[in-house]
Design a protein around this ligand. Structure first.
Ligand SMILES: [Zn+2]
Length: 252
């Protein structure tokens, strides 16, 4: 995950991956961007004598995929804020004007993928993942909750039971925390990451407040867990290294 490109507000839209083909990058269609200032903002700026210094309101626009034959369109919309700066060129004394615009997207549809999703991940889990990318822009709590569902489905795929013995009873519904414990026995090393995803996902469904940076942490943790648990990437690399050592180790 390229964490630095996911920001709450941005001056320009970086080249996210295309949500359709995954190969192309999204480029801003500059002429499609519209910024409108609501009347109540106009009145406020006039009352405060700030007209010409700043503005804010809503924006909408399109990003287009650069891949030949794809050209997918992503619509973005949300809030904008603009500051106007006036300076003088030190040499010529000519006035220089420039505008500093920041966009805070609330909608991106279809949403660009934020993490690498292994091909092996089940169809249902992939659908929840896509919804998590969508919800990232509009509802952090709901987004965290979708990631929690992906964890449940990932455990299904890894054949971790949904029912089993608990306390004095033999066959009860196991909650996510029990299932993470079961995973720890067969595939150790992932329980901390999955527990963090479980807790933040719960916050999302009950109290509703999930911080932006925390959400990015969750995406990072989920990406690593998916890749390691489904593709065993680190294990495979270690095995590769071991084969080299075995082959050449005799003559270091
Ligand atoms: Zn594309």
């Amino acid at each position: 995950m390229d964490r630095a490109i996911w920001r709450k507000s941005t001056g320009s839209f970086v080249r996210y991956n295309c949500p359709r083909c995954g190969k192309g990058k999204l480029k801003t269609k500059t002429d499609s961007f519209v910024r409108l200032e609501p009347t109540h903002v106009t009145h406020k700026l006039e009352a405060d004598e700030l007209r010409g210094e700043l503005s804010w309101g809503r924006f909408s626009g399109y990003l287009a995929c650069s891949a030949v034959g794809c050209g997918e369109l992503v619509v973005v919309a949300g809030d904008f804020e603009e500051h106007y700066h006036y300076q003088f060129d030190e040499d010529t004394g000519d006035p220089i004007e420039f505008t500093d615009t920041s966009y805070k997207p609330r909608i991106m549809h279809p949403a660009p993928p934020m993490i690498e999703v292994p091909k092996r991940l089940g169809k249902d889990a992939k659908e929840h993942m896509t919804r998590a990318f969508d919800l990232f822009w509009s509802d952090a709590g709901a987004c965290a909750n979708r990631m929690r569902i992906v964890v449940e489905l990932l455990l299904d795929q890894l054949e971790i039971a949904r029912r089993g013995p608990k306390g004095k009873r033999n066959n009860v519904r196991l909650d996510l925390s029990d299932r993470i414990d079961l995973l720890k026995d067969v595939r150790p090393g992932h329980d901390k990451a999955l527990t963090a995803l479980r807790i933040v996902g719960n916050t999302g469904s009950h109290e509703g407040v999930v911080e932006f940076e925390e959400l990015l942490d969750c995406f990072e943790l989920l990406e690593d867990a998916l890749i390691e648990l489904l593709e065993r990437r680190r294990e495979n690399l270690n095995a590769k290294a071991q084969r080299i050592i075995d082959r050449r180790g005799k003559n270091p």
